[in-house]
Design a protein around this ligand. Sequence first.
Ligand SMILES: [Zn+2]
Length: 260
Amino acid sequence: MASTVSDGDGAADRYRRAQRGLSRLLLRDIGRLWRLFNPAQPAALPDWLEAADEVVSRFGDMSASLAAEFYDAQRAQADVGGGFRSPLADPPPAEQVEASLRWAIHDVWPQGTETEAQQQPLNSRVAVAERQVTGVAQKLVADQGRETVRQAVRRDPQAVAYARAAALGACSFCRLMASRGAVYATEGSAGMDANDLFSGDASVVKFHDNCHCAIIPVFRGQQFELSPHASDWDRLYREYAAPFPGDQLRRFRRAIAEHG
Ligand SMILES: [Zn+2]
């Protein structure tokens, strides 16, 4: 029986890389679609948005499937028994996808000239929009994988916690979140209306655009162990950032730059 699970073990690493590979394919398709985006033809926007939504939902399904496969394999490895299988997280509502994409391109056709971004030449505004569309699409897709694991942990009576796995080269925010380790449901009551039982939850499940962190499950009988790199981040946090409430992320970022 597997007794230890870590944000840096082989399975977590492979899974994170698989999701990252999926993000790359997504960005390739979004890049192709972007060539059809025509700032001179605002009337064509609804069609473009529909095509973008189709790409996002296709890749979102794949992200959720990868996550469910990973979850089920980790569960089998943990040998906890029971017939639970991870359902796929619901895709985000079409309105949410559209609103996110519309936000990403909002400065291409400025309503006014109030902001600095709106005063830039068209090609820079289009370049910014492309970058934002890419980031928004990546997050919408990756979130479906992360949400699949998170929901499974909440529903599976044999799952007790989840943790964040970040890449070695992740940004300071992600390193800090990953160094928090596993977030556990209350002892003894996991599985029973577990929705509010995960304390410290928010710190592990906030993600930014282009974030490649993954969520990994911890099952009953397993011990979670921070990876060596996340332990280093935790040490830096405790030493250089923890004593400075309100300024911790900045201090942590500096500690990573100087000692990481
Ligand atoms: Zn990050």
